[in-house]
Ligand binder design. Structure first.
Ligand SMILES: Nc1ncnc2c1ncn2[C@@H]1O[C@H](COP(=O)(O)OP(=O)(O)OP(=O)(O)O)[C@@H](O)[C@H]1O
Ligand SMILES: [Mg+2]
Length: 249
């Protein structure tokens, strides 16, 4: 049995204005898993991901790589958990793309050559090497998202948590991302409304709604369950609608 790398028990989180975003979440994730998180707008998907590296701290029990999140463990946990935010502008704050993607490796104390190699390798993975010297804030939204993914890949995390990774990507780069997610052996958590991407990349899926886990199971079973999905604002992906294909026009 592989190692439990995330252990969450009865996690509750309310934003400062009192909005309860997580209401008793229990979740175990094992090394090597690719877990999808699905659910309607406002379900708590992003809020849950923000707990994986201590950006948010709710009530309850969160243990990552067997470590409780404390002042002493936070930096180890942060270098092991790479979180790609839903909003790329929250990830990119340095003057150039190089600086943004080098930020993690520099903080990890890598030498100059290792930093340059990690940055180039990560940018190549998302097909953004040609923008290495451009200011991140001049990029299009989809380009920013790809650079945001590179800022995490350059750190070689043990667990990568991606919030809407395919949002705003063109079809070719979305396809490249799916290919990368399928071939990368690291542990992954992917929150997305792109259920076709979830279907292709995740072995297990969690359905979240109103801050609670509604279902946790095998992707193929969950994404075929029309009544379950539709009662939570989702729909069965087209590719699973046997014999029924509706084409606009
Ligand atoms: N900074 C905040 N202050 C107050 N409430 C917030 C804040 N951020 C999120 N919320 C609320 O918390 C709930 C969960 O939000 P969250 O962003 O986690 O949902 P989500 O499942 O990621 O949604 P989406 O699919 O739109 O990305 C929502 O009801 C949202 O309005
Ligand atoms: Mg979200």
């Amino acid at each position: 049995m592989s190692e439990k790398i995330v252990e969450i028990k009865n996690l509750r989180y309310a934003y400062p204005d009192g909005k309860e975003a997580l209401r008793g979440v229990n979740l175990d994730i094992f090394e090597g898993e690719t877990l999808g998180i699905i659910g309607p707008n406002g379900a708590g998907k992003s809020t849950l991901l923000l707990h994986l590296n201590g950006i948010l701290r709710g009530e309850g029990f969160v243990r990552i790589f067997g470590l409780d999140i404390t002042g002493d463990t936070l930096s180890d946990i942060r270098s092991g958990v790479g979180l790609v935010f839903q909003e790329p502008d929250h990830q990119l704050f340095m003057p150039t793309v190089f600086d943004d993607v080098a930020f993690g490796p520099i903080n990890m104390g890598l030498d100059r050559k290792q930093i340059e190699d990690s940055v180039k390798e990560a940018l190549k993975e998302v097909d953004m090497l040609d923008v290495i010297h451009r200011p991140s804030h001049h990029l299009s939204i989809g380009e920013k998202k790809r650079v945001a993914i590179a800022t995490i890949l350059s750190m070689h995390p043990r667990l990568i948590a991606l919030d809407e990774p395919s949002a705003n990507l063109d079809p070719k780069h979305r396809r490249d991302l799916i290919y990368f997610l399928k071939k990368a052996t690291l542990s992954k958590i992917i929150a997305s409304h792109d259920l076709e991407l979830i279907l292709e990349t995740c072995g297990r899926v969690l359905l979240l709604d109103k801050g609670e886990i509604i279902a946790d199971g095998l992707t193929a079973d969950m994404l075929r369950n029309q009544s379950l999905l539709e009662s939570h604002g989702l729909e069965v992906p087209h590719s699973l609608l046997n014999g029924y294909y509706q084409c606009a026009g």
